[in-house]
Design a protein around this ligand. Sequence first.
Ligand SMILES: *Cc1c(COP(=O)(O)O)cnc(C)c1O
Length: 401
Amino acid sequence: MISALMPTYNRTNLAFKKGKGVWLYTEDGKEFLDFGAGIATSAVGHNHSHLIETIIDQAKHVIHVSNLYRIPQAERLAQRFVEISFADSVFFCNSGAEANEGLIKAIRRAQNRNGHPERTSILCFNHAFHGRTLATLSATGNPKYLDGFGSPVPGFDHVELGNIDLVRQAINEKTAGILLEPIQGESGVNVVPDEFLRELRSLCDEKGIYLGFDEVQSGMGRTGKLFAHEWSGVKPDIISVAKGIAGGVPMGAILAKESIAKHLTAGSHGSTFGGNPLACASGNAVLDIVLEPNFLNNVVEKGHLLFTALQNLVQTYPDVFETVRGRGLILGIKGKLPAAEIQNAALYENLLTVTAGGNVIRIVPPLIVSNEECLEGVRRLAAAAEKLTASLKNSKVKATL
Ligand SMILES: *Cc1c(COP(=O)(O)O)cnc(C)c1O
């Protein structure tokens, strides 16, 4: 018989009762080092006192009122994002996919209102991930995720990442904008070179189309800048944000330049839950923490420490690992074994990781992880690799017998 919960996930047989910082604890008291952070979402770790006190206080006052009224928490959070980013205006929603849906609609609408109703296509890249709704699935373009769900939503083209000439050729009279992740997360932590982002910026300007970044995973301090695109110096026209934005409370956002945002007039887009007092209070609390002096610098430093330690690990266990990549605290180790096998071996050492495409193990700890905890995670990976190496040697011996 089917489980009461729809079987959309292959779940590990573990349930956590509580968390503290980078640690998660099961009912029977087992302790896990969480380098997955709920898929790069628990940005400030578990049970962060400022976040939970804010949530409790807000819940006691009012959780939800709808966007029929002013929401001071949302006004404040939007104002703060405007002050610290390229954006002039912000729309709040509830997830990454919903943020991307809004981003796609906003780009189409701005082209339409600027006298280009024919420009409705978004140019995306191979191996992208933009979400699971019908439109964002089409933007994702992965045939595995589209299987059985009917024809993809029209209006999305895909091109190889990294070659500006191919991008130029792929732009046609219907192209409204370009959408990409500055670091492709789900497909294996592929960092898009800064130079390529700059080339995309000039190409978009030349063609009169918009440049959108999906910062759902790479944003909110994950790379050591508030948004990953800041490393390149490129100013996008619009970005989507979610995952870490409210520290695990479901929330998404679109940040946009006025040139796009002004076309999302009253009644043109909406969301019942989007930007409610509870979510926005949580978002403000997360921002309080991420904007503390040195917080982002520490992410950069811990990223370097972890990157170097992981490189050593790869050298020590060449039968298990191939390379390390990523930026800040979104790192990927490409394995020579299937990612799930490495993930399982790490789990046996009570270390939680997330798999990604291309045999990659994603290392995305809460941003508040300490240096010592970074090294502890690497020690656990080493213990896992030690056992994997031993069992590889064993199976080789067996094969020759
Ligand atoms: C996770 C993710 C999404 C989808 O977010 P949901 O909240 O699951 O809808 C979109 N884009 C990127 C880059 C992501 O990592």
